[in-house]
Design a protein around this ligand. Structure first.
Ligand code: ZN
Length: 182
């Protein structure tokens, strides 16, 4: 129907696959609580799977298919910074600009026995409601010289997918493997 569906849809991931994809769990054997709506996920509509831990509200999980494999991180939402109040902030993943309290800094703590290495956590500015995957579907306001709306949506989704993959690749693999210091 549309010419703009060349991008690959996210492959439906299994529960165990999602649980096993979190690279920075601390401890590495920690339990990942999946969202209650896991069975209702419409995989063809989303470019990442993101959800908030119901028992630890500052904690969110972000999982995507990267290079054919499920890759995910657990992120901690930093307390809001008053200095940013009243400013609009752009989400690093969907690139939508939102109110200052709708985007927050999230960091991916490195699960490491070595406390010093925790300092080098990677972070990003992200929609607090993890709504990037919905925002990219919004019908764009286009003028006569703009590309058709489906193309705008497809290119937003491609960008979201690419930036999510880049971020997930930037988080080191399984650094939490228990290691005894001598
Ligand atoms: Zn976003």
């Amino acid at each position: 129907m549309s010419n703009y569906q060349e991008r690959h849809d996210m492959r439906p991931l299994g529960r165990d696959e999602v649980r096993g994809s979190i690279m920075n769990l601390d401890p590495p054997t920690g339990r990942v609580r999946l969202p209650a709506w896991f069975d209702e996920i419409r995989w063809e509509r989303i470019d990442y799977l993101g959800w908030r831990d119901t028992r630890a509200q500052q904690r969110v999980y972000l999982v995507a298919e990267v290079d054919g494999e499920a890759r995910g991180v657990v992120l901690r939402q930093n307390p809001s910074q008053p200095a940013l109040a009243s400013r609009a902030v752009m989400c690093d993943l969907c690139r939508f600009t939102r109110r200052f309290n709708e985007v927050a800094l999230f960091t991916a703590p490195r699960a490491s026995a070595d406390k010093r290495r925790r300092l080098s956590a990677v972070g990003l500015l992200l929609c607090v409601d993890l709504g990037c995957v919905r925002a990219v579907h919004r019908t764009p306001v286009t003028g006569p010289h703009d590309p058709p709306p489906e193309q705008v949506v497809a290119s937003r989704r491609q960008g979201l997918r690419r930036r999510t993959a880049d971020f997930l690749r930037s988080v080191p693999d399984r650094v939490g493997t228990p290691r005894r210091s001598r």
